[in-house]
Write a protein that binds this ligand. Structure first.
Ligand SMILES: CC(C)(COP(=O)(O)OP(=O)(O)OC[C@H]1O[C@@H](n2cnc3c(N)ncnc32)[C@H](O)[C@@H]1OP(=O)(O)O)[C@@H](O)C(=O)NCCC(=O)NCCS
Length: 333
């Protein structure tokens, strides 16, 4: 059987225009710019207009990725959208994007791995391409998190923002030295749902109350910040190290770490523990905050467009999420 290399051949992103600054949040909860910036690294995040669907930014990001890859939408065989905040329960966000971009030859579905959604979708899409089943895939991550944020909870409302990112994956028959997706590591621990949770308003209340030891579970994003903080550092560090060990690759040979953007202190701790210094870490946290699944995709696009990521570079993606879930993926660009 011929095996295929799977490369990222285009990226795009889209951010809503409305900016929420730290001083805007000072008016809502007992917090301040200095606390937020020093504890998280975030200065601003974006917010969708009330009349703007998540689908809108997902479509914009997808169109930009298609343009940067220089392909026609009809060449796309597969669309996977990662989101926890899609506008509709169904049809899937992936089908809504398909409808707008004219990717009439694609199979389309959604995937949910919360903040690790783009990473899981990248790996998932790559499987279809590595086997030769499909040639071209569009991977999208788009979120409207501000619609699920409790703006009385200073622990969480300071972190989250809205945005979308996308990437085009392409398969080419393997010859000689491997390129594209080299290795990945994914994992989950469903016994730890109590660390971060956001129920649908329709979930049975009595059952929800058995999932956490909180007094009441509300239909907003809730997290145990400290538990998430520790789990994220350990989870991403271990995951990256598993790949480096398996590939017998010293950390010096990773050109860029592209991590999920949750908290600068988490990112710095992971970089330090795996041996990748901060000048080789891609960031978009300061201007966009945590956009869950979209954050890694937005950061990738930013780093590509800035010209930081060059052909031949080795990129290590890593993410951590509610679930709990985590993962990393090594790409040779
Ligand atoms: C949420 C988070 C920023 C809190 O930062 P932290 O340094 O862990 O802060 P702590 O929770 O230990 O709280 C320290 C103090 O700051 C206070 N505090 C919390 N949020 C605050 C805010 N927005 N402004 C001012 N003070 C705040 C706390 O009440 C606490 O006060 P106390 O010492 O009097 O009790 C951090 O834990 C974090 O980023 N966690 C991971 C989040 C994440 O990855 N989420 C994604 C999952 S979906």
């Amino acid at each position: 059987m011929t095996l295929y290399d799977v490369s990222i051949v285009g990226t795009g992103s889209a951010l809503p225009d409305t900016v929420i600054t730290n001083s805007d949040l000072e008016k809502l909860v007992d917090t301040n710019d200095e606390w937020i910036f020093t504890r998280t690294g975030i200065r601003e995040r974006r917010r969708l207009r009330d009349d703007q669907p998540v689908t809108d930014i997902a479509v914009q990001a997808a169109k930009r990725a298609i343009e940067s890859a220089g392909i026609d939408p009809t060449e796309i065989d597969l669309i996977i959208a990662a989101s926890i905040t899609a506008d509709l329960i169904f049809p899937p966000l992936a089908c809504m994007v398909q409808r707008e971009i004219g990717a009439s030859n694609a199979a389309a579905f959604d995937t949910n791995a919360v903040c690790a959604g783009f990473l899981f979708a990248l790996v998932q899409g790559s499987q279809f391409l590595q086997t030769g089943a499909y040639k071209t895939a569009l991977i999208i991550a788009a979120e409207g998190l501000t619609r699920y944020v409790d703006y009385t909870d200073r622990n969480s409302c300071i972190l989250f923002g809205d945005g979308a990112g996308a990437a085009i994956l392409r398969a080419t028959p393997q010859q000689g030295k491997r390129k594209g997706l080299i290795d990945f590591d994914l994992g989950s621990d469903g016994t730890r749902v109590n660390v971060a949770i956001c129920p649908r308003p329709s979930a049975p209340k009595e059952w929800l109350d058995t999932l956490t030891d909180r007094d009441e579970v509300t239909p907003y994003i809730w997290q145990d910040g400290r538990a998430m903080f520790k789990a994220a550092i350990n989870g991403m560090t271990d995951s990256v190290k598993r790949i480096l060990t398996r590939q017998e690759l010293p950390a010096e040979q990773i050109d860029w770490l592209v991590p999920h953007q949750a908290n600068l202190r988490i990112i710095e701790a992971v970089g330090e523990r795996v041996g990748i210094p901060s000048d080789r870490v891609a960031l978009s946290l300061e201007e966009y905050g945590n956009t869950s699944a979209a954050s890694m995709a937005i950061t990738l696009d930013k780093w590509m467009r800035l010209g930081h990521i060059q052909p031949g570079n080795r990129i290590m993606f890593t993410a951590f999420a509610g679930g709990l879930s985590w993962g990393s993926a090594l790409f040779q660009m």
